[in-house]
Write a protein that binds this ligand. Structure first.
Ligand code: TRP
Length: 440
C-alpha cells in the first residue's frame, strides 16, 4: 500500500526591516520559528517585510542595513534556505498587485479600527492635534499589505505576537470576502500564538522594543553585550539582601535563555542575596554561551552581503514560482483578462466551444512529457519529464479537474512560463474544467 504523507501545513512569517534585531526578537520570534521550520510536514515562508518598513522609516541606508542584518540573523540562527522559502517582500512583484485587489474588498471602516492607526490617531487627539496629523496612508493600509503577504502564499498559520492577531483576523475577512465574490481562491489563515514565548523586558523593564529605545542587540560584540547587561534596571538592594524575582527584568531575561534547573539556581541565589553585579555576570555568560557561535556566523555573513543577496534572489525565484501563476489566476477571476479570450459563458452562448487539448509524448531522453495546446494548436504549457506515462497522465487529470488553481500547485512539474503565458494557460484550463463540470 502506498503511504501518503499528510499535506504540509503552510506557515508564514515576516519581520519588518526597520531596525537591528535584538534579544526580544530572538526570544519572541526568531528562535521559535527557526526551530519550527525543521519540523516535518510544514512548509514555511519567511520574509523580510521591507515594504512595511517604508511606513515608518524614511532613511534609505537604514532600510538597506536592517534588511541585511535581519536576513543575516535568520541565517545565523539556523534557517535553512533550502528547506524553507526565504525571500524579501519587495522582490515579489505580485504582492503590491494583490494588495490592490484586497484593498478593493476591504471596508474602510474596518481599517479605521486597526490598532496601529488608531493608536496614532488617539495620540494626536489627546494632544489636541488634527487626528490625522503625521499619519501617512501607508499606516492606514498596513493591514491590507500584510493580508497580501499572507494570502499570496495561502498560508494556514501565521505565528505572531498578540498585538498582530487583529491583522490576521482582517486577512481572514479579506479572504472570505474575495472568495465570496470571485470563487474559492484563498485559504483562511489563522494566527498561531505561542504563549510559552515570552515578551522580553528591555533595559528599563518595559517590553524590549525599538520604540522604547531599551533594546540589547542580539549580536552586539561581547564587550558591548556585557556593558548593556550591566545597565539593566534593578532595585537598590545591597549585596546580602534577598532579591525579588517577581518584577525583576534581569530574572525574566535569564529565564528566557536558561533551562528549568538553571532558573531554579538563580532563584535560590536571589533569595540568598546575590549582588546585582554577580547576577548580571551570570546573565551575561548565559546569553553569551547561546549567542557566541551564532555571532561568529552572523559577522561572517555581514561581511559577505553578496552571498545574502544571492540567497534572497534564489528565494524570490522559488516564491514567485507560486505567486506568479496564482496572481494570473486571480486576475482572471476578477475580470482582468485577455480580451481575445472569450468569456466561458459568452462562448457557450455563441454555440462555440473553446477546446484546448493535451498532447502526451515520449522524448529522446526516454521520459514522458505532455503539452497543453490552445484551440489553435499553440503551445501553452510544457511539463517536465516523468518516469512513466501514468505519472504524466495523473498530472493531466489534476489539471483538467482543478483548472487554473492547479497551475500554482503543480508549478514544480511545469516548465516556467511568463505572466502572459500563465494567463493563457489558466484560461484554457478553466475552459476545460468548465466543460468537464458542465458536460455540455
Ligand atoms: N507586521 C509584522 C511586524 O511588524 C511584520 C509582518 C508583515 C508580518 N507582514 C507579515 C508578520 C505577515 C506575519 C505575516 O511584526
Amino acid at each position: 500500500m502506498a503511504s501518503s504523507s499528510p499535506a504540509p501545513v503552510r506557515f508564514l512569517t515576516g519581520i519588518t526591516t526597520s531596525g537591528t534585531p535584538h534579544l526580544g526578537n530572538y526570544v519572541g520570534s526568531v528562535r521559535h520559528s527557526v526551530r519550527f521550520s525543521r519540523e516535518k510536514h510544514v512548509q514555511s515562508f519567511y520574509f523580510l517585510a521591507d515594504y512595511h518598513a517604508l511606513i515608518k522609516v524614511d532613511e534609505p541606508a537604514r532600510i538597506q542595513r536592517s534588511t541585511l542584518e535581519i536576513a543575516a540573523t535568520w541565517l545565523a540562527c539556523g534557517l535553512d534556505p533550502e528547506r524553507v522559502t526565504f525571500y524579501r517582500q519587495s522582490d515579489i512583484a505580485e504582492i503590491p498587485e494583490l494588495t490592490w485587489f484586497l484593498t478593493c474588498v476591504t471596508a474602510k471602516g474596518v481599517l479605521n479600527r486597526a490598532h496601529a492607526y488608531k493608536a496614532s490617531m488617539d495620540k494626536n487627539i489627546a494632544r489636541g492635534d488634527d487626528p490625522d496629523a503625521d499619519v501617512n496612508a501607508g499606516l492606514f493600509m498596513y493591514p491590507v499589505l500584510m493580508g497580501a503577504d499572507i494570502l499570496m502564499f495561502n498560508a494556514h498559520k501565521v505565528p505572531v505576537g498578540r498585538d498582530q492577531v487583529q491583522h490576521i483576523e482582517m486577512a481572514r475577512d479579506m479572504a472570505q470576502r474575495f472568495n465570496h465574490l470571485y470563487g474559492e481562491h484563498f485559504t483562511l489563515p489563522e494566527a498561531e500564538i505561542d504563549d510559552a514565548v515570552a515578551t522580553l523586558p528591555g533595559l528599563d523593564g518595559r517590553k524590549m522594543s525599538k520604540s522604547y529605545d531599551n533594546t540589547i542587540p542580539l549580536f552586539a560584540p561581547r564587550a558591548q553585550l556585557q556593558k548593556l547587561i550591566a545597565g539593566i534596571v534593578t532595585d537598590s538592594r545591597a549585596p546580602g539582601e534577598p532579591k525579588d524575582t517577581e518584577g525583576s527584568a534581569l530574572f525574566q531575561i535569564y529565564q528566557a535563555f536558561a533551562d528549568a534547573e538553571e532558573t531554579q539556581m538563580l532563584r535560590r541565589a536571589f533569595a540568598e542575596g546575590i549582588s546585582w553585579g554577580d547576577a548580571k555576570q551570570i546573565l551575561f555568560e548565559r546569553i553569551d554561551r547561546e549567542v557566541a557561535p551564532m555571532r561568529e556566523h552572523y559577522d561572517a555573513l555581514l561581511n559577505d552581503p553578496a552571498q545574502i543577496e544571492q540567497i534572497l534572489r534564489a528565494g524570490a525565484d522559488k516564491a514567485r514560482a507560486l505567486s506568479r501563476p496564482f496572481m494570473a489566476e486571480l486576475r482572471q477571476a476578477v475580470g482582468l483578462r485577455n480580451l481575445a479570450a472569450r468569456d466561458k459563458a459568452a462562448a457557450r452562448k455563441a454555440g462555440k466551444t473553446v477546446r484546448p487539448s493535451f498532447k502526451q509524448y515520449r522524448d529522446k531522453d526516454g521520459l514522458f512529457y505532455f503539452k497543453l495546446l490552445d484551440a489553435n494548436g499553440v503551445q501553452l504549457l510544457q511539463s517536465v519529464g516523468f518516469a512513466s506515462p501514468q505519472e504524466a497522465g495523473r498530472m493531466i487529470g489534476t489539471l483538467r479537474q482543478q483548472g487554473g488553481p492547479a497551475l500554482s500547485l503543480l508549478a514544480a512539474q511545469l516548465e516556467p512560463i511568463d505572466n502572459e503565458g500563465v494567463r493563457a494557460a489558466s484560461a484554457a484550463l478553466e475552459a476545460l474544467a468548465a466543460e468537464a463540470a458542465g458536460g455540455s
